[in-house]
Design a binder for this molecule. Structure first.
Ligand code: ATP
Length: 515
C-alpha cells in the first residue's frame, strides 16, 4: 500500500474522521464508522451533491426510499441472477481476488508501458513529436496494443458468456501472478453473489428472505410513477437519492474505497427514447464540472469509457480520480435504456409509462444515471487535501505541519475561535464571538496549549479560518484572522468576521460556478 495511503488512514483515525467499526472487538472487515469530523465532512459533501441536483435543476426532485424492498425487485433488476463477481483464490498465499480485477490490472500495466514509451518520446522529440503517428508505428507500442486488444476481446466474450473456465485460462495465459506472493498457483474461478440477505418477520420459520439493497437506484425506479404523478413531472426529469447500500465484497482491503456497507448518491434521469446519447453527454459534462470545482489539479480527474457494456446499456463511462492507490472509479454514468422500467413492468404487471400530452402517446422512458459513492468522494477529498509542509513556529523556526486543504465549503469546522490567553476577559470575548456565529457556521472554541499548537490542530482537521482574540481586542474590537493555506494573518474588526467567512463558505458561489 502506498505510503500516503497509510498516512491518510492513520490521520483519519487520529483526528476523528474515520474509525474502524467495532474496534474494541478487533474490528469488522471493510466496515467503518465516521467520527465527529468525518460526519461533518460527509454531510457537507452530501449537501453539495444534493443542491447541485435538486436546487440547480427545476426538473430534478429527491426521494428517500426504504432499504428493505420487495424481493421480486431484485429478480427484476437482474441482481439475483447476475450481481456476481468471479472470484479466484491463490493456492499458495490463500489470498482471494476478483478474477476480473486481476485481468484489468494486467491490462492497465500494459497501458502504462505504452504511456511511458510515449512520454519518453515526447520529451526526446519536443515540438516535433506527433503522438498519433508514433502510436501507429512504434513496434513496442504496436505489440503491446495488440496484446491488450486480444485480451480485451477474450475477456469481454468470457464475461458475457459467463465462461469461468476461459476467465481462468486468460489469467494463466497472461502469466498473472498473485500480487502479494508472486505465485501462479490458481484455483478455479467461481461466481459469488454480492447481496446480503436477511429475514423479514418475527417467526423465523415463516419469515421471508429479503435483501439489503446493493444500490439505491431500484428505489427510484419503483417510485417512478409515484413521483411523476404526484409531482406532475414531465419528461425529461430526474429523481435523486442518497442512501446506504450493502455489498458483500470479495476483496475489501482498501480502506473506505471498497466497503461492505457504504453510501451512494444516485440520480436517474428519465428521457425520451432516442435522446439518450445527448443526455449522456450532458451529464458527463455536468458531473465533471462538479468535481473540477473542488479539485484544482484537474489532471487528477479523467473519464474511463467502458469497452464492455452491460447488455442493457448503450453507453457507460466512469469518472476516475488519481487516488494514492492509482486512478480509480469514483462515479459511474450509464445510459441504461428502458431496461429497468421494462423489467419492473414485466415483473410487477403494472404499467410504468409516461403519457406525453403533446404527442398523445405513451412510452417507457429511457434512463441516464449518475451514480457516485459518497465514501469514495470522501476519500477523494481527503487524498486531495492532505499535505505535509514546513511552517514557522512562534520563534520563527521551521517545523512540520500536516494540513488538510479541504475546500472551505466542505470543511468540518469552518472557524476556530482562540483566546490568546486564558484570562483578562479574553475567553469571555471569544465565547461572545462564537455565540454570534454558531447559528451559521460550525465553530470550535479552543483555549488549551500555545497558539501555535492550536493552529496545528486546526490545520490537521482542515479548519480554513482561525480567529485569535488578544488584548488589543478589548481595546479596539479587532481580532486576527489566520488563513489555513497561506498561514497569512490579517487584523479585522470583529463585526467583519461573519461577512468574510460567509462569502468563503457559502454554497451559493460554488453552485453558481457549476450551474
Ligand atoms: P467497482 O467496479 O469499483 O466495484 P461498481 O462499478 O460495481 O464499482 P457501481 O455499481 O457503478 O460500482 O456503483 C456506483 C458507485 O458506488 C461507484 O462508482 C463507487 O463510487 C461506489 N461503490 C461501489 N462499490 C463500492 C464499495 N464496495 N465501497 C464503496 N463505494 C463503492
Amino acid at each position: 500500500m502506498d505510503d500516503l495511503f497509510k498516512k491518510l488512514i492513520a490521520h483519519s483515525k487520529e483526528y476523528g474522521f474515520i474509525f474502524p467499526s467495532s474496534e474494541i472487538y478487533d474490528g469488522l472487515s471493510a466496515v467503518y464508522d465516521y467520527g465527529q469530523n468525518g460526519v461533518e465532512l460527509k454531510n457537507n459533501i452530501k449537501k453539495y451533491w444534493w443542491d447541485s441536483m435538486v436546487l440547480l435543476h427545476e426538473n430534478i426532485v429527491g426521494i428517500d426510499s426504504a432499504i428493505f424492498m420487495h424481493p421480486d425487485i431484485w429478480e427484476a433488476s437482474g441482481h439475483v441472477g447476475a450481481f456476481k463477481d468471479p472470484l479466484i483464490d491463490n493456492k499458495n498465499s490463500k489470498k482471494r481476488y476478483r478474477a476480473d480485477d486481476l485481468i484489468e490490472d494486467y491490462i492497465e500495466k500494459l497501458e502504462a508501458k505504452i504511456e511511458k514509451e510515449i512520454s519518453k518520446a515526447a520529451k526526446k522529440f519536443g515540438d516535433q513529436f506527433e503522438e498519433q503517428k508514433f502510436r501507429e508505428t512504434n513496434p513496442r507500442i504496436l505489440a503491446n496494443q495488440k496484446k491488450i486488444d486480444k485480451i480485451n476481446e477474450r475477456f469481454v466474450k468470457a464475461i458475457n458468456n459467463n465462461d469461468l473456465v476461459e476467465i481462468r485460462q486468460i489469467i494463466i495465459d497472461c502469466e498473472i501472478a498473485d500480487p502479494v506472493s508472486g505465485s501462479r498457483e490458481w484455483t478455479d474461478v467461481r461466481q459469488f453473489n454480492l447481496m446480503f440477505d436477511t429475514k423479514l418477520g418475527s417467526v423465523n420459520e415463516e419469515a421471508n428472505s429479503i435483501y439489503l439493497r446493493p444500490e439505491t437506484a431500484q428505489g427510484i425506479f419503483v417510485n417512478f410513477l409515484n413521483v411523476q404523478k404526484s409531482g406532475r413531472m414531465r419528461i425529461p426529469f430526474g429523481i435523486a437519492q442518497i442512501g446506504k447500500v450493502f455489498r458483500n465484497e470479495i476483496v475489501a482491503r482498501q480502506f473506505i474505497f471498497r466497503m461492505r456497507e457504504f453510501e451512494q448518491m444516485e440520480m436517474q434521469f428519465f428521457i425520451k427514447p432516442g435522446e439518450e446519447l445527448k443526455w449522456f453527454d450532458y451529464w458527463k459534462d455536468k458531473r465533471m464540472k462538479w468535481y473540477k470545482a473542488l479539485v484544482s489539479d484537474t489532471s487528477k480527474l479523467r473519464f474511463h469509457d467502458h469497452d464492455k457494456l452491460a447488455h442493457y446499456a448503450n453507453a457507460a463511462t466512469d469518472i476516475e480520480f488519481k487516488y494514492p492507490i492509482g486512478f480509480k472509479e469514483v462515479e459511474g454514468i450509464h445510459s441504461r435504456t428502458d431496461f429497468d422500467l421494462s423489467q419492473h413492468q414485466k415483473f410487477s404487471g403494472k404499467k410504468l409509462q409516461f403519457y406525453d400530452p403533446d404527442t398523445k402517446e405513451s412510452y417507457t422512458p429511457y434512463v441516464v444515471e449518475t451514480s457516485i459513492g459518497l465514501d469514495r468522494m470522501f476519500l477523494l477529498i481527503l487524498s486531495n487535501a492532505y499535505s505535509e509542509e514546513k511552517a514557522p513556529n512562534a520563534e520563527g523556526k521551521l517545523e512540520d505541519r500536516v494540513v488538510l486543504k479541504i475546500p472551505a465549503i466542505l470543511a468540518p469546522v469552518k472557524l476556530a475561535v482562540l483566546p490568546l490567553v486564558r484570562k483578562d476577559g479574553l475567553p469571555e470575548k471569544a465565547h461572545q464571538i462564537m455565540d454570534e456565529l454558531k447559528y451559521e457556521f460550525n465553530c470550535q472554541y479552543e483555549e488549551k496549549d500555545s497558539i501555535g499548537r492550536r493552529y496545528r490542530r486546526q490545520d490537521a482537521i482542515g479548519t480554513p479560518y482561525c480567529i485569535t482574540v488578544d488584548h488589543q481586542t478589548s481595546m479596539d474590537d479587532t481580532v486576527t484572522i489566520r488563513y489555513r493555506d497561506s498561514m497569512k494573518q490579517d487584523r479585522i474588526p470583529v463585526s467583519k468576521v461573519r461577512e468574510i467567512i460567509s462569502e468563503k463558505v457559502s454554497y451559493r458561489n460554488i453552485l453558481k460556478e457549476i450551474s
